[in-house]
Ligand binder design. Sequence first.
Ligand SMILES: NC(=O)c1ccc[n+]([C@@H]2O[C@H](COP(=O)([O-])OP(=O)(O)OC[C@H]3O[C@@H](n4cnc5c(N)ncnc54)[C@H](O)[C@@H]3O)[C@@H](O)[C@H]2O)c1
Length: 340
Amino acid sequence: MASIRILSAQDIAQVFTITDAIEAVEDAYRQKAEGNGVAWPMVYAAFEPGVADMDIRSGELAASGLFGLKLTAWFSGNPAQGLPEIYGTTLICDNANGAPLALLNASAITGLRTGAAGALGIKWLGRKDAKNLLVAGVGHQSAFQVAAVLAACPGIDHVEMWDPRKDEAPEARVAGIREKVDAMLKAAGIDRSYEIVAVADGEAACGRADAIITITPATKPVIRRDWVRPGTHISCVGADMEGKQEIESALDAAARLYVDDRAQSITSGELEVAVKEGAIAEADIVAELGEVIAGKAEGRTSDDQITVFDTSGIAVQDLASSKVAYERAVEAGLGVAVEL
Ligand SMILES: NC(=O)c1ccc[n+]([C@@H]2O[C@H](COP(=O)([O-])OP(=O)(O)OC[C@H]3O[C@@H](n4cnc5c(N)ncnc54)[C@H](O)[C@@H]3O)[C@@H](O)[C@H]2O)c1
């Protein structure tokens, strides 16, 4: 018999914050670089291309005693029926004996762990004097990116938000994002000042930015090579499936390139199209970010380099985050334990 704990979004929100996500993802990347974490190949299937699909990202975090998977199902017709467009479910298991430990609402963790990844790119690869952040993409994931950067990068205090699909500045949506960011910082006990503004001109905003996060589902690049000034760091977060690309291939070719997982980056991450076009080769990837965190590879080596971090999302982020949420939930008596 095995007892599995089932954790809802509300359970997780009580015990897991943006700071927890940053610490968990940093630890997961480090473990991967040290040979204790593995991302297994992603499984993807379209039920109806462009309408409904699912992917399974799985892996092991040996030093944390876990393996597991996250299943993300996307059904675009769901909102019309009053259902969520995305269902995410994570299963974590004990790697000593295979016993299932917990089944978690993955959506409650995905935004936080994805924000953590984008922010860790800036923390480890951005210039030390970086102050201005541009976020390209003003959708569901964007607030998590902003909150994580403000939590992980104390020098950044000015945020500009641009929607590449619109001609006007997304004022109302950015006001909503500010509320969400403030709530996430408050939940993590972080009290800091910052300004956040909506902008309409992406090119001009790139010219002011020290760090850029791209978080759109674009399949045509939204950031051009000649918009970006020397010394800028770019965390590319939106491209997580074959065919998506947010920055011009020429910008990859001009940058020092880092990834969360080499194999996934060139098959379904931001670098996939640039490699297929021949603008870059896999050998141009300097390192996985975990290797920089573990002190096994160099990050930025001068203030005028452009650095790119391609994070398409790997299971070790979810496993490390889920472990923290699970252990805290057990301590707090949250969730429902079910005998299987
Ligand atoms: N790397 C990861 O780990 C990870 C995790 C979760 C989500 N994602 C990806 O992040 C991206 C954004 O997710 P979201 O939930 O915030 O999306 P969303 O639909 O809520 O928002 C997307 C934003 O991008 C803009 N946009 C939409 N289509 C565009 C296009 N073709 N070109 C340029 N801009 C466009 C929208 O106007 C909006 O501002 C998606 O591609 C999603 O799959 C990645």
